[in-house]
Design a protein around this ligand. Sequence first.
Ligand code: COA
Length: 383
Amino acid sequence: MTDTTDAASAGTPAEATRAPGDDRPYSPGLEGVLAGETALSKVDGANGRLTYRGYRIGDLVAHGTYPAVANLLWTGEWDPKARLATAAVPDQVMAAIRALPATAKPMDALRTAVSAWGATTGPTYPPTVEQARALTAFSPSALAAFARLREGKEPIAPDPSLDLVEGFLFQLNGERPDPATARALDAYFIVGAEHGFNASTFTARVVTSTNSDIASAVCGAIGTMKGPLHGGAPSEVVDQLSKMGSVEHAEEWLRGALDRHERLMGFGHRVYRAYDPRAAALRKVAEGMEHKPDWLQLAIQVEDMALRLLAEKYPDRPLKTNVEFYAAPVLMGVGLSPDLFPATFSLARHAGWTAHALEQAAANRLIRPDVRYVGPDERDLPA
Ligand code: COA
């Protein structure tokens, strides 16, 4: 008998097994399996290209806003003037957020808030663009409220004159962000909005395929993104850079980590074999920021060293910078604490999750794959 559970939890591909009379292919982790169709984004890993509905990610960051990109994903229409402000947290949902311990993880708080929002507003299947907008507008207010309450501060009501990302920072910090800061986080939200059949998006589609509601789909997606293999890398980039401390110590630290067979955070990707186009877009944004974290310069120098050392160690395996490496300076630069990074990534991914819920529902077929049985043959219970 093959126990695939341990192999799967360790993140290593399990050996494919053959069951008698069933030689259908099985790919651990569904790697390389086509599990659906989408018109939302194209992730071209070999060439390091990413488009949303055909538009290049670099152009969307340079000329778009998160509300315009979310609207593009939901409707297929490019309207650069599309607006979306944060929405108020319903009283009953705020009561649920207030009931959470200050020690709760922000991802748990966000998932709880979305669940309470679903229980309170009762969105029904099929999902609609209006539901997608409402949920995407609600979640930043909920996360900001939790972040303030855990510090003993009162939540701040949305300002409808501000766009979503500006509004989120206002509700978090109690003051309007300067335009460059808001712009930097908006760029991060654009690159985080959508990325094919990643694990959390796939979860959202599975939930939707049962004709369940959009809040349940997003709750499932948040739970999936909470896992460190999916949403945890940017804060680990911060950790690694602070362990290096300075450019002088960086190379020694990097070599030591690689000798211990540790992973350098912010490098490598399951799909991209070329430089992640989101990292390129965010690096530009990070360099243009007014409040750059002190170690942005360190990050830029470490990137070059890390790429050189990775190429030395894995000459046949292209391991390039991924989006998380430059997400870290942007998120630190706008003043977010590292424990808010995964939940902020989740806010950005709301556009993609909800767009996938709409796309799934529009041509739905229950997602219910087969599993290969590898247990004991049929047998009698012991007497
Ligand atoms: N640092 C050091 N070595 C790395 C590495 C990294 N960031 N990424 C991959 N490798 C090594 C692996 O250990 C493996 O070596 P081995 O054969 O000696 O065991 C080899 O490169 C091939 O790995 P690969 O198959 O490309 O990785 P994967 O598809 O299993 O993993 C990631 C992809 C993203 C999980 C992996 O690159 C990683 O852990 N990166 C760091 C975390 C990160 O930045 N995550 C955010 C992704 S957006």
